[in-house]
Write a protein that binds this ligand. Structure first.
Ligand SMILES: [Zn+2]
Length: 153
């Protein structure tokens, strides 16, 4: 099948040099589907390759992007929260091994708690007291550490 424009005819196609579509004189047929053309304006020669009646540009086929999709990035606050949670979790596991055998004391604001006591908070669950001041304690829970009041009479 020969879809090529006839030799000596004019064929309207883009000229790379002119940067726009120009009439090209068909100089010769190179093969079944390839012709040599010459731009009417700048006289640059080009090779026209036809495929099913449509000119095929000799452009390299665009490769699909191989870039991996971006991982969702955590905000600074989220990163800090994740770091704090994993730090608290490591500490929780450590304390669990150390004093986890203790009977948990139910947490009440009015009670007094000392360091290394195991407590059970109605909302946060089991935690370990790591700091005890006059009016507050710091408790390491599985997800994070929290400051709670105690000794409130
Ligand atoms: Zn041209």
């Amino acid at each position: 099948m020969n879809n090529l424009p006839a030799v000596a005819s004019n064929y309207f196609v883009e000229c790379k040099k002119c940067g726009q579509e120009r009439y090209h004189k068909v100089l010769t047929h190179v093969g079944e589907d390839t012709a040599k053309l010459e731009c009417e304006v700048c006289h640059t020669k080009k090779t026209l390759k036809m495929s099913e009646g449509v000119p095929v540009e000799k452009k390299a086929a665009k490769k699909p992007s191989t870039k991996a999709p971006k991982k969702p990035t955590l905000s600074r606050a989220e990163k800090a929260a994740v770091a704090a949670a994993s730090a608290a979790n490591a500490r929780f596991i450590e304390l669990q091994e150390k004093i986890g055998e203790q009977k948990a004391q139910p947490y009440r604001m009015a009670s007094n708690f000392n360091v290394d006591m195991k407590i059970e908070h109605p909302k946060f669950g089991v935690g370990f007291v790591v700091m005890s001041l006059t009016d507050k304690i710091e408790v390491v829970f599985q997800d994070t550490s929290r400051q709670l009041v105690h000794g409130r009479k």
